[in-house]
Structures are given as C-alpha cells and as structure tokens.
Write a protein that binds this ligand. Structure first.
Ligand code: NAD
Length: 276
C-alpha cells in the first residue's frame, strides 16, 4: 500500500473486470476508498472483496450506467459510504460492431448511450459533490480541493475504425466532452482528462472466434475482434505487443494522481505507440 491517493474517494464504472477492475485495485492500493460499480453484480462484489482482503477500502455498488436514474443513486451511495467524491472514472462499456451498411438504429443508440450519454449523466450527477463542493470551499475562503474526472476513449475514436462507426463516434465524442468539462470546471480545480486505449488484453478484444458475448437488456451481443485483426494490430504497435489491464490502469492512475495536478483537457494515448 502506498498513499498517492490518500484521502481520495473514487468511483470506477465497469470495474467488475478488465481495465476498470485493475484501476479500482490500483487506486485502492494507493490509498483511495473505491466504489466498484459494474453491470454485473458478482464481479463487482468480488473486486471489492479482493480490495478489502488486501487491506484497502471499497464497496460494491453494481448497476447499469445507461439507466438514467443510476448516476444519482451511485453518487448518493458513494457519499453515504465515504462522505465525498473526488475521482470519477467513466470506464464502463462494450462494443457492438457492424459495418455502416448493416448498422441498425438500436446498435448505434446502445453504444452511444453507454459510451457518451452515460458518462455525461455521470458527470452531471457529480455536480453537488464536485462543483458545488468546490464552490463552497471557495466561498469559505479556501483553495478548492483536488477533484478529477477521467473518461475512457479509444484509438477507434481518435482515428476511426472500420466496423465501429457507433463506437468511434462515441469515443471521439467523449474527447469533446472531456475538453468542455475541463474548460467549464477548471476554476473549481476539477480536472478532466481522457485516456485513449489501444489494444489491452481484456475480454473486449479477445478473438471473436472464441465466442465471447455480453448480455445487455436480455440481448446477447458478440464482442471481440477477428484473430486476423489481432495479428495485424500487434504488427502495427511500435512496442510490438498488447498491454495488460494494469498497464492501461497506470494511465488512469497517473491522471488521477497529484503528479497530474496541472494536466486537464488532455487525452493520454496508452497505445504502445499505435497511431502515432
Ligand atoms: N480493451 C481494449 O483494448 C480497449 C481499447 C480501447 C478502449 N477500451 C475501453 O476501455 C473500457 C473498459 O473496457 P475493457 O477492455 O476493460 O472491457 P471489459 O469487458 O473487460 O470490461 C468492461 C466492463 O464494463 C461493464 N459494463 C458494460 N456495460 C455496462 C453498463 N451498461 N453499465 C455498467 N457496466 C457496464 C462490463 O460488465 C465489464 O465488466 C471500455 O470503455 C472500452 O471501450 C478498451
């Protein structure tokens, strides 16, 4: 245990597995009290239990980020448990790929909902606990405490990606959202940054041939990318390999840490050099 995030309270969405789980564990190991929130309850509970077993502090608060009522419930549960919110990581999501001429409206909407509308609602739901809390500190004559929001983007957002018009649009949209929050809330000492991931070894990018799926609203959606694409991607990554979820979480942790106190509105590429 270290104390890079001492006195911080972090919400990490989609933290039942993958990059979110690694982020929650690393933040807890750095002293943050963490709310583990995922669509799936069992993995949320398991990650929170793992954090507590390792000597950290965490609660599990599962739920669907696309439920319009969920963000406010999540914020309230966090404050009830830990008294405040200082870090929000908008990480939850999945892919539902399709070429443009076959992309359906539900497919488009579901992905824009989870990767764009849900983070917007999450950010808006922090207002009483981040913006208003900072205003109150300023009114009392003190410098507002450090608070930050980190949104997860993707190389698909920055460069586009065949078969991902819905995901690419949402993941670029979150970059615009990030810069807007940074501009509106900078004077409250609320930083907002994005991390664009390349190829991180989670279930999201496993070979499609393995048949991995996610069930959303009762619908089973195939995730993953074709094996041929995986092979090709690795060849285009200057570091020549994919990354672990912990390496991805490192980018998020960096932006949440005091070492990033003067960084806002930035999109950090954690890609092994892909796309440079
Ligand atoms: N893995 C990569 O290479 C990669 C690359 C670029 C961006 N990303 C992004 O990173 C983020 C994390 O993905 P990952 O790779 O860890 O995948 P993952 O599937 O391992 O984890 C994503 C988690 O989000 C949860 N989730 C999905 N929809 C949700 C919802 N509606 N409400 C609450 N939770 C929900 C899932 O249950 C899952 O536990 C995503 O936003 C993804 O788009 C990943």
């Amino acid at each position: 245990m270290s104390d890079l995030l001492k006195d911080q309270v972090a919400i990490v969405t989609g933290s039942g597995r993958g990059i979110g789980a690694a982020t929650a564990k690393m933040m807890a190991a750095e002293g943050a009290r963490v709310v583990v929130s995922d669509l799936d309850a069992d993995p949320s509970e398991a990650v929170a239990a793992e954090i507590k077993k390792a000597g950290g502090e965490a609660i599990a608060f599962p739920g669907d980020v696309t439920d319009p009522a969920f963000p406010e419930t999540l914020m309230k549960a966090t404050v009830d448990a830990f008294g405040k919110i200082t870090i929000l990581v908008n990480n939850a999501g999945y892919t539902w790929d399709g070429v443009i001429h076959k992309m359906t409206d539900p497919q488009w909407s579901a992905i824009v909902d989870v990767h764009l509308t849900a983070p917007f609602r999450m950010i808006r739901a922090t207002v009483p606990y981040m913006r208003d809390a900072a205003k109150a500190e300023m009114a009392a004559g003190s410098k507002p405490s450090s608070r930050c929001i980190i949104n997860v983007s993707s190389t698909s957002g920055l460069h586009g990606n065949a078969g991902q018009i819905n995901y690419a649009a949402a993941k670029m949209g979150i970059v615009g959202m990030t810069k807007t929050v940074a501009r509106e809330w900078g004077n409250f000492n609320i930083r907002c940054n994005a991390v664009a991931f390349g190829t991180i070894e989670t279930r999201l990018i496993q070979a499609k041939e393995q048949g991995e799926t996610i069930t959303v609203d009762g619908e089973e959606i195939a995730i993953g990318i074709p094996q041929q694409m995986r092979d090709m991607l690795t060849m285009m990554i200057p570091l020549g390999r994919t990354a672990t979820p912990e390496e991805a979480a490192g980018g998020i942790l960096l932006l949440a840490s005091p070492y990033a106190s003067y960084i806002t509105g930035h999109t950090l590429e954690v890609t092994g050099g892909y796309g440079i």
